[in-house]
Design a protein around this ligand. Structure first.
Ligand SMILES: *Cc1c(COP(=O)(O)O)cnc(C)c1O
Length: 399
Protein backbone atom coordinates (compact mmCIF):
# COMPACT_ATOMS: atom_id res chain seq x y z
CA UNK A 1 0.00 0.00 0.00
CA UNK A 2 1.49 3.36 -0.94
CA UNK A 3 2.52 5.57 1.92
CA UNK A 4 0.79 8.89 1.62
CA UNK A 5 2.90 11.70 2.93
CA UNK A 6 1.04 14.72 4.13
CA UNK A 7 3.64 17.43 3.78
CA UNK A 8 2.00 19.66 6.36
CA UNK A 9 1.62 16.96 9.00
CA UNK A 10 4.92 17.30 10.84
CA UNK A 11 3.78 16.69 14.38
CA UNK A 12 3.90 19.77 16.60
CA UNK A 13 2.88 20.63 20.13
CA UNK A 14 2.62 18.85 23.48
CA UNK A 15 -0.03 16.28 22.55
CA UNK A 16 -1.12 14.38 25.67
CA UNK A 17 0.63 16.87 27.97
CA UNK A 18 -1.11 20.16 27.09
CA UNK A 19 -1.06 21.49 30.67
CA UNK A 20 2.66 21.12 31.26
CA UNK A 21 4.33 24.56 31.13
CA UNK A 22 6.27 24.97 27.89
CA UNK A 23 9.41 25.68 29.91
CA UNK A 24 9.14 22.16 31.41
CA UNK A 25 8.13 20.50 28.17
CA UNK A 26 11.13 21.98 26.38
CA UNK A 27 13.49 21.02 29.18
CA UNK A 28 15.29 17.76 28.40
CA UNK A 29 15.67 16.91 32.08
CA UNK A 30 11.89 17.19 32.51
CA UNK A 31 11.41 14.86 29.54
CA UNK A 32 13.80 12.30 31.06
CA UNK A 33 12.24 12.49 34.52
CA UNK A 34 8.76 12.00 33.07
CA UNK A 35 9.55 9.04 30.85
CA UNK A 36 6.99 6.24 30.70
CA UNK A 37 8.75 3.23 32.16
CA UNK A 38 6.05 0.76 33.23
CA UNK A 39 3.09 -0.98 31.62
CA UNK A 40 0.84 0.75 34.18
CA UNK A 41 2.04 4.17 33.02
CA UNK A 42 1.44 3.23 29.39
CA UNK A 43 -2.05 2.03 30.29
CA UNK A 44 -2.94 5.42 31.74
CA UNK A 45 -2.86 6.65 28.16
CA UNK A 46 -3.63 3.68 25.95
CA UNK A 47 -4.92 0.12 25.80
CA UNK A 48 -2.10 -2.37 25.46
CA UNK A 49 -2.68 -5.44 23.31
CA UNK A 50 -2.24 -8.87 24.97
CA UNK A 51 0.96 -9.19 22.92
CA UNK A 52 2.29 -5.94 24.39
CA UNK A 53 1.22 -6.82 27.92
CA UNK A 54 3.16 -10.07 27.69
CA UNK A 55 6.11 -8.16 26.26
CA UNK A 56 6.08 -5.65 29.12
CA UNK A 57 6.17 -8.49 31.66
CA UNK A 58 9.32 -9.87 30.08
CA UNK A 59 10.96 -6.56 29.20
CA UNK A 60 12.50 -5.90 32.59
CA UNK A 61 14.77 -8.95 32.11
CA UNK A 62 15.93 -7.94 28.68
CA UNK A 63 15.97 -4.21 28.12
CA UNK A 64 14.37 -1.52 30.25
CA UNK A 65 11.17 0.11 29.04
CA UNK A 66 11.49 3.88 28.69
CA UNK A 67 9.74 6.32 26.34
CA UNK A 68 10.00 10.11 26.54
CA UNK A 69 6.64 11.95 26.64
CA UNK A 70 7.72 13.72 23.45
CA UNK A 71 8.20 10.44 21.57
CA UNK A 72 5.14 8.80 23.15
CA UNK A 73 3.02 11.51 21.51
CA UNK A 74 4.01 10.14 18.10
CA UNK A 75 2.33 6.80 18.81
CA UNK A 76 -1.06 6.20 17.24
CA UNK A 77 -2.77 4.77 20.32
CA UNK A 78 -5.67 3.44 18.25
CA UNK A 79 -3.44 1.44 15.96
CA UNK A 80 -1.71 -1.71 17.30
CA UNK A 81 0.37 -1.71 14.09
CA UNK A 82 1.65 1.84 14.53
CA UNK A 83 5.28 1.90 13.33
CA UNK A 84 6.34 4.15 16.22
CA UNK A 85 4.62 1.97 18.79
CA UNK A 86 6.40 -1.19 17.63
CA UNK A 87 9.80 0.42 18.04
CA UNK A 88 9.46 1.24 21.74
CA UNK A 89 6.68 -0.87 23.28
CA UNK A 90 7.79 -4.44 24.06
CA UNK A 91 5.97 -7.37 22.49
CA UNK A 92 5.89 -11.05 23.42
CA UNK A 93 8.32 -11.78 20.58
CA UNK A 94 11.16 -10.47 22.76
CA UNK A 95 10.95 -13.65 24.82
CA UNK A 96 11.36 -15.86 21.75
CA UNK A 97 15.00 -16.78 21.32
CA UNK A 98 15.90 -18.27 17.95
CA UNK A 99 18.65 -20.76 17.25
CA UNK A 100 20.65 -18.26 15.18
CA UNK A 101 20.58 -15.40 17.65
CA UNK A 102 23.43 -14.34 19.89
CA UNK A 103 23.84 -12.09 22.91
CA UNK A 104 26.84 -10.34 21.37
CA UNK A 105 25.88 -10.80 17.74
CA UNK A 106 28.65 -8.60 16.33
CA UNK A 107 31.41 -10.16 18.41
CA UNK A 108 32.12 -6.74 19.89
CA UNK A 109 33.39 -8.09 23.20
CA UNK A 110 36.05 -10.05 21.33
CA UNK A 111 37.33 -6.95 19.56
CA UNK A 112 37.37 -4.89 22.72
CA UNK A 113 40.90 -4.10 23.95
CA UNK A 114 39.48 -2.09 26.88
CA UNK A 115 35.96 -1.97 28.31
CA UNK A 116 33.77 0.17 26.07
CA UNK A 117 36.09 0.37 23.08
CA UNK A 118 35.67 -1.74 19.94
CA UNK A 119 38.57 -1.78 17.49
CA UNK A 120 37.48 -3.83 14.51
CA UNK A 121 38.55 -1.75 11.53
CA UNK A 122 42.13 -0.66 10.86
CA UNK A 123 41.71 3.11 11.14
CA UNK A 124 38.76 3.65 13.46
CA UNK A 125 37.26 2.72 16.80
CA UNK A 126 33.82 2.58 18.32
CA UNK A 127 33.92 4.23 21.73
CA UNK A 128 30.94 3.24 23.90
CA UNK A 129 30.79 6.08 26.40
CA UNK A 130 27.59 5.31 28.30
CA UNK A 131 25.07 2.50 28.73
CA UNK A 132 22.03 4.78 28.96
CA UNK A 133 19.61 6.03 26.31
CA UNK A 134 16.75 8.51 26.38
CA UNK A 135 14.40 5.72 25.29
CA UNK A 136 15.02 2.09 24.40
CA UNK A 137 14.53 0.63 20.93
CA UNK A 138 13.17 -2.87 21.30
CA UNK A 139 15.50 -4.14 18.54
CA UNK A 140 18.62 -2.71 20.17
CA UNK A 141 21.88 -4.26 18.98
CA UNK A 142 23.45 -3.63 22.38
CA UNK A 143 20.48 -4.63 24.53
CA UNK A 144 22.88 -6.88 26.44
CA UNK A 145 24.77 -3.92 27.80
CA UNK A 146 22.46 -0.88 27.75
CA UNK A 147 19.87 -0.05 30.44
CA UNK A 148 21.51 -2.63 32.75
CA UNK A 149 18.44 -4.89 32.60
CA UNK A 150 20.76 -7.88 32.01
CA UNK A 151 23.17 -6.99 34.85
CA UNK A 152 25.98 -6.55 32.36
CA UNK A 153 27.45 -3.87 34.61
CA UNK A 154 28.93 -1.93 31.79
CA UNK A 155 31.40 0.68 32.96
CA UNK A 156 33.01 2.60 30.14
CA UNK A 157 36.69 3.13 30.86
CA UNK A 158 37.17 6.68 29.61
CA UNK A 159 40.76 7.02 30.71
CA UNK A 160 41.78 3.60 29.44
CA UNK A 161 39.87 4.19 26.20
CA UNK A 162 41.50 7.57 25.65
CA UNK A 163 44.91 6.14 26.48
CA UNK A 164 44.37 3.29 23.99
CA UNK A 165 43.51 5.82 21.28
CA UNK A 166 46.53 7.96 22.21
CA UNK A 167 48.81 4.95 21.97
CA UNK A 168 47.48 3.78 18.59
CA UNK A 169 48.47 6.29 15.92
CA UNK A 170 46.63 4.25 13.27
CA UNK A 171 43.32 5.41 14.81
CA UNK A 172 42.33 8.44 12.78
CA UNK A 173 38.59 8.14 13.32
CA UNK A 174 36.64 7.88 16.58
CA UNK A 175 32.94 7.09 16.70
CA UNK A 176 31.24 7.86 20.01
CA UNK A 177 28.27 5.64 20.70
CA UNK A 178 26.76 3.68 23.57
CA UNK A 179 24.10 4.01 24.86
CA UNK A 180 23.63 7.54 23.73
CA UNK A 181 26.59 9.91 24.09
CA UNK A 182 24.33 12.96 24.05
CA UNK A 183 22.91 11.88 27.42
CA UNK A 184 26.23 12.91 28.95
CA UNK A 185 26.26 16.35 30.53
CA UNK A 186 27.59 19.30 28.54
CA UNK A 187 30.59 19.39 30.85
CA UNK A 188 31.44 15.72 30.24
CA UNK A 189 30.98 15.95 26.49
CA UNK A 190 33.06 19.09 26.34
CA UNK A 191 35.82 17.34 28.26
CA UNK A 192 35.66 14.18 26.15
CA UNK A 193 35.73 16.08 22.87
CA UNK A 194 38.62 18.29 23.94
CA UNK A 195 40.60 15.23 25.03
CA UNK A 196 39.98 13.59 21.65
CA UNK A 197 40.82 16.78 19.76
CA UNK A 198 44.12 16.95 21.62
CA UNK A 199 45.17 13.63 20.06
CA UNK A 200 47.07 14.58 16.92
CA UNK A 201 46.30 11.47 14.86
CA UNK A 202 42.54 11.68 15.49
CA UNK A 203 41.26 13.43 12.38
CA UNK A 204 37.62 12.53 12.36
CA UNK A 205 35.21 12.57 15.32
CA UNK A 206 31.61 11.53 15.07
CA UNK A 207 28.70 10.66 17.32
CA UNK A 208 25.93 8.12 16.83
CA UNK A 209 22.82 9.34 18.63
CA UNK A 210 19.09 8.88 18.69
CA UNK A 211 18.68 11.84 21.04
CA UNK A 212 17.48 14.23 18.32
CA UNK A 213 14.68 11.72 17.61
CA UNK A 214 13.75 10.76 21.19
CA UNK A 215 14.62 13.99 22.94
CA UNK A 216 15.13 16.93 20.57
CA UNK A 217 15.00 19.23 23.63
CA UNK A 218 18.54 18.04 24.42
CA UNK A 219 19.90 19.86 21.35
CA UNK A 220 20.32 23.14 23.21
CA UNK A 221 22.23 26.19 21.98
CA UNK A 222 24.85 25.41 24.65
CA UNK A 223 25.36 21.89 23.31
CA UNK A 224 25.62 23.25 19.77
CA UNK A 225 28.30 25.68 20.97
CA UNK A 226 30.35 22.71 22.19
CA UNK A 227 30.13 21.08 18.76
CA UNK A 228 31.08 24.35 17.14
CA UNK A 229 34.09 24.75 19.41
CA UNK A 230 35.41 21.24 18.79
CA UNK A 231 34.19 20.90 15.21
CA UNK A 232 34.00 19.42 12.77
CA UNK A 233 31.96 16.89 14.72
CA UNK A 234 29.76 14.67 12.55
CA UNK A 235 26.53 13.17 13.88
CA UNK A 236 24.52 10.19 12.68
CA UNK A 237 20.94 10.28 13.85
CA UNK A 238 18.69 7.23 13.78
CA UNK A 239 15.24 7.48 12.22
CA UNK A 240 13.24 4.58 10.82
CA UNK A 241 9.94 6.05 9.77
CA UNK A 242 8.69 9.37 8.33
CA UNK A 243 6.45 9.88 11.37
CA UNK A 244 9.61 10.53 13.38
CA UNK A 245 10.39 13.55 11.21
CA UNK A 246 8.55 16.09 13.35
CA UNK A 247 8.83 19.86 13.48
CA UNK A 248 10.89 19.43 16.69
CA UNK A 249 13.34 17.01 15.04
CA UNK A 250 13.61 19.29 12.05
CA UNK A 251 14.41 22.26 14.31
CA UNK A 252 16.98 20.23 16.26
CA UNK A 253 18.68 19.20 13.00
CA UNK A 254 18.69 22.80 11.91
CA UNK A 255 20.41 23.89 15.14
CA UNK A 256 23.04 21.18 14.64
CA UNK A 257 23.57 22.03 10.99
CA UNK A 258 23.94 25.70 11.74
CA UNK A 259 26.57 24.78 14.34
CA UNK A 260 28.51 23.16 11.51
CA UNK A 261 27.60 19.55 12.26
CA UNK A 262 27.18 17.41 9.12
CA UNK A 263 24.26 15.03 9.65
CA UNK A 264 23.70 11.48 8.46
CA UNK A 265 20.97 8.98 9.22
CA UNK A 266 21.07 5.29 9.98
CA UNK A 267 17.93 3.16 9.69
CA UNK A 268 17.35 -0.44 10.60
CA UNK A 269 15.12 -2.45 8.30
CA UNK A 270 12.24 -3.50 10.58
CA UNK A 271 9.23 -5.70 9.90
CA UNK A 272 5.96 -3.81 9.77
CA UNK A 273 7.78 -0.52 10.37
CA UNK A 274 9.75 0.44 7.29
CA UNK A 275 9.97 -2.70 5.13
CA UNK A 276 8.21 -0.89 2.32
CA UNK A 277 9.78 1.13 -0.52
CA UNK A 278 7.13 3.85 -0.28
CA UNK A 279 7.70 4.34 3.45
CA UNK A 280 11.46 4.49 2.99
CA UNK A 281 11.12 6.92 0.10
CA UNK A 282 9.00 9.24 2.23
CA UNK A 283 11.55 8.95 5.04
CA UNK A 284 14.63 9.74 2.95
CA UNK A 285 12.89 12.70 1.34
CA UNK A 286 11.97 14.11 4.74
CA UNK A 287 15.55 13.61 5.87
CA UNK A 288 16.93 15.61 2.96
CA UNK A 289 14.53 18.43 3.78
CA UNK A 290 16.07 18.46 7.27
CA UNK A 291 19.65 18.57 5.89
CA UNK A 292 20.21 14.93 6.83
CA UNK A 293 21.91 12.60 4.35
CA UNK A 294 20.75 8.96 4.54
CA UNK A 295 23.91 6.96 5.36
CA UNK A 296 23.20 3.31 6.17
CA UNK A 297 20.20 1.02 6.03
CA UNK A 298 20.97 -1.99 8.22
CA UNK A 299 19.79 -5.51 7.97
CA UNK A 300 18.91 -6.19 11.61
CA UNK A 301 21.60 -7.78 13.72
CA UNK A 302 20.95 -11.28 15.08
CA UNK A 303 20.12 -10.10 18.57
CA UNK A 304 18.36 -12.39 21.04
CA UNK A 305 14.59 -11.93 20.96
CA UNK A 306 14.64 -9.94 17.72
CA UNK A 307 13.13 -12.35 15.22
CA UNK A 308 9.73 -10.61 15.25
CA UNK A 309 11.47 -7.62 13.63
CA UNK A 310 13.38 -9.57 11.02
CA UNK A 311 12.87 -8.73 7.35
CA UNK A 312 13.94 -10.80 4.34
CA UNK A 313 17.15 -9.30 2.99
CA UNK A 314 15.60 -9.32 -0.51
CA UNK A 315 13.16 -6.67 0.70
CA UNK A 316 16.09 -4.40 1.56
CA UNK A 317 17.52 -4.89 -1.92
CA UNK A 318 14.10 -4.14 -3.41
CA UNK A 319 13.94 -0.90 -1.40
CA UNK A 320 17.34 0.26 -2.65
CA UNK A 321 16.33 -0.64 -6.21
CA UNK A 322 13.15 1.41 -5.77
CA UNK A 323 15.21 4.43 -4.69
CA UNK A 324 18.28 4.37 -6.96
CA UNK A 325 17.64 6.44 -10.07
CA UNK A 326 14.02 7.05 -9.11
CA UNK A 327 15.21 9.75 -6.76
CA UNK A 328 18.46 11.58 -6.11
CA UNK A 329 21.55 9.65 -5.09
CA UNK A 330 21.72 11.88 -1.99
CA UNK A 331 18.58 10.11 -0.78
CA UNK A 332 19.90 6.55 -1.21
CA UNK A 333 21.48 4.94 1.87
CA UNK A 334 23.94 2.07 1.62
CA UNK A 335 22.22 -1.18 2.58
CA UNK A 336 24.57 -3.25 4.78
CA UNK A 337 24.75 -6.37 6.87
CA UNK A 338 27.05 -6.15 9.85
CA UNK A 339 28.60 -9.58 9.47
CA UNK A 340 27.60 -11.85 12.38
CA UNK A 341 30.47 -12.65 14.69
CA UNK A 342 32.40 -9.51 13.81
CA UNK A 343 33.27 -9.18 10.13
CA UNK A 344 32.26 -5.55 9.87
CA UNK A 345 29.69 -3.92 7.64
CA UNK A 346 29.31 -5.40 4.19
CA UNK A 347 27.38 -3.61 1.41
CA UNK A 348 24.47 -5.54 -0.10
CA UNK A 349 23.42 -4.05 -3.41
CA UNK A 350 20.97 -4.67 -6.22
CA UNK A 351 22.86 -6.12 -9.15
CA UNK A 352 22.88 -3.89 -12.21
CA UNK A 353 25.73 -5.66 -13.99
CA UNK A 354 24.76 -8.26 -16.59
CA UNK A 355 28.23 -9.12 -17.86
CA UNK A 356 31.80 -7.88 -17.86
CA UNK A 357 34.19 -9.08 -20.58
CA UNK A 358 37.52 -7.71 -21.87
CA UNK A 359 35.50 -5.82 -24.48
CA UNK A 360 32.63 -4.32 -22.55
CA UNK A 361 30.44 -4.09 -19.51
CA UNK A 362 26.75 -4.80 -20.05
CA UNK A 363 24.42 -3.38 -17.44
CA UNK A 364 20.88 -2.29 -16.74
CA UNK A 365 19.70 1.13 -15.64
CA UNK A 366 17.06 1.86 -12.99
CA UNK A 367 14.30 1.29 -15.59
CA UNK A 368 15.65 -2.13 -16.50
CA UNK A 369 16.95 -1.15 -19.95
CA UNK A 370 20.21 -2.72 -21.10
CA UNK A 371 23.26 -0.55 -21.88
CA UNK A 372 26.80 -1.29 -22.99
CA UNK A 373 30.00 0.53 -22.16
CA UNK A 374 33.06 -0.43 -24.26
CA UNK A 375 36.21 -1.19 -22.31
CA UNK A 376 38.50 -1.25 -25.36
CA UNK A 377 39.69 1.74 -27.34
CA UNK A 378 39.93 1.07 -31.05
CA UNK A 379 41.67 3.90 -32.99
CA UNK A 380 39.54 5.26 -35.83
CA UNK A 381 40.88 4.70 -39.33
CA UNK A 382 39.51 7.97 -40.76
CA UNK A 383 41.21 11.09 -39.34
CA UNK A 384 38.81 13.11 -37.21
CA UNK A 385 37.75 16.27 -38.97
CA UNK A 386 39.67 19.27 -37.69
CA UNK A 387 37.65 21.95 -35.93
CA UNK A 388 35.69 19.69 -33.60
CA UNK A 389 37.92 20.82 -30.78
CA UNK A 390 39.64 24.18 -31.11
CA UNK A 391 42.59 24.24 -28.79
CA UNK A 392 43.86 27.72 -29.54
CA UNK A 393 40.87 29.62 -28.20
CA UNK A 394 41.54 31.98 -25.28
CA UNK A 395 40.93 30.09 -22.06
CA UNK A 396 42.09 26.81 -23.50
CA UNK A 397 45.73 27.84 -23.36
CA UNK A 398 47.97 25.03 -22.31
CA UNK A 399 45.53 22.20 -23.10
C1 LIG B 1 29.93 0.74 12.35
C2 LIG B 1 31.20 0.66 13.02
C3 LIG B 1 32.20 1.61 12.76
C4 LIG B 1 32.02 2.74 11.78
O1 LIG B 1 31.87 2.25 10.49
P1 LIG B 1 31.73 3.26 9.25
O2 LIG B 1 31.47 2.39 8.08
O3 LIG B 1 33.05 3.98 9.17
O4 LIG B 1 30.63 4.20 9.57
C5 LIG B 1 33.40 1.48 13.43
N1 LIG B 1 33.60 0.48 14.29
C6 LIG B 1 32.67 -0.46 14.55
C7 LIG B 1 32.99 -1.54 15.49
C8 LIG B 1 31.43 -0.39 13.93
O5 LIG B 1 30.50 -1.31 14.20
Amino acid sequence: MPYHEDRSAWFEGQGLWPHVPASDWNDWIWQLKNRLTTAAQLEEHMTLTPDEKAGCLFASQKLALAITPYFFNLIDREDPDCPIRKQVIPRAGEAVISEEEMLDSLGEDEHSPVAGLVHRYPDRVLFLVTDRCAAYCRYCTRSRLVSNAQDYNFHPEYEQGLRYIEQHPEIRDVLLSGGDPLLLSDRKLDHLLSRLRAIKHVEFIRIGSRIPVFLPQRITPELCEIFKRHGPIWISIHTNHPKEATAALSAACERLSFAGVPLGNQSVLLKGINDDPEVMKALVHRLLRMRVRPYYLYQMDLITGGSHFKVDVRKGIEIIRALRGHTTGYAVPQFVIDAPGGGGKVPINPDYVEEITDDEIVFRNYEGDVFRYPLKSTPRKEPVEAGLITVNEPGFAGL
